[in-house]
Design a protein around this ligand. Sequence first.
Ligand SMILES: [Zn+2]
Length: 454
Amino acid sequence: MSPANSRLCIRNIGHLVTMDAVESIFKNAWIEIADGRITAIGCGEPPEPATTDCEIIDAHQGIVLPGLVNTHHHFYQNLARAYTPATNLALLPWLTCITPLFKNLMPEDLFIASKVAMAELMLTGCTTTADHHYLFPSARAGFIDAQFEAAKDMGMRFHAGRGSMDTASEIIPDWATESVDEIMNDCQRLRDRYHDPASGSMRQLFLAPSALTCASPTLFSETARMASTFDLGLHTHCGETLEEDQYALDHLGCRQLPFLADCGWETERVWLAHGIHFDDGEIAHLGKHKMGIAHCPCSNMRLGSGICRVNDLQNAGAKVGLGVDGSASNDSGHMLNEVRQALLLTRVKHGAGAMSVGEALQMATTEGAACLGRSDDLGSLEVGKCADVGIYPADDIFSSGAENPVEALILCFPRQVDTLIINGRIRVREGRIPGLDLDKLLASHRTAAKRIQT
Ligand SMILES: [Zn+2]
């Protein structure tokens, strides 16, 4: 791996997709990187490096994108990927089916699952990921700590969601819940120990009750209060199924958004996973308060949950990022594939002219960064921004015959990166993760998955 203070110069870029304010795409371009930041971008012949410690990366006329941003995931679920008894179920029976598998989940299982999930994301061009971990069997400690450790090992930019459930039900067993005090104490501990709010941060904490079907009004309110005190992100599942709306009406006497508003969840720091079943007034409300949605097209299709009204949300002023969602309902963490599916599904909902390749990429870059509160330093390739860069091949079989390689990157079969740079360091080189014994990792992952599923 390259040293922390190394300089990089990426040359021979066929198409540099900046995702800047005017979505500039430069041909025959180059990028210079120093100390984790982009220091120069240009076209044509690159300048000679000013120092000898600059590593030259030949992009071989490939396509360069900003590192993709994943706004919703459940890493632990890759231990029950494509779990046969649950493959044809809708959300609530699916959740009832898979949750008991994880009664004996240990922090070391989550450490392995997190490394696998991050490796998968990185190979597909993702440089920043959120994870929403809400399962703490028997209030066991150390899960989120294990995730931060995994992210450090992988060199990935990580936003950990301290998830929570305090309300048991037919779906959520007692052993999966914690008390509000236990939850809030751990949130405080994690914030004090790990949260780095600085520009260029590699690790942040956000607070994330799982859903209003398994978290009390007190938990939602306390969480919002702490998030406001420490300026943390707020996240939960909302609007994924019509059953959730019915639950809210039956148990809370109102729809989900008014409930959240009463609990202090009506702020820009909030982004909601899925956001499918909102009416016109609710969409206007989300836009007015500049709230975010983590749109998860593959998971929504897999569970038959419905189609997010992406265009309506965007037109109203809401931020819409992309999430792969958990690996037991996607069942893939291929971030570039999620971009493609988002484009296709939005066209199913709103028509063929509803979303361009550029607009789909916005969701996976600038909009995703905005959901995580990282617009200032992530999401686009511009001088001064973090050096999070993916280089994709432009001349393989999957896009052969395409005249526009950038459009082909999204419209054709989703590929992996040749090279991935996170915070100015090379984390994927020639399609492999340097320093990672992938065979060994996958062997321990298979062992853990087998134990979980039996
Ligand atoms: Zn989810």
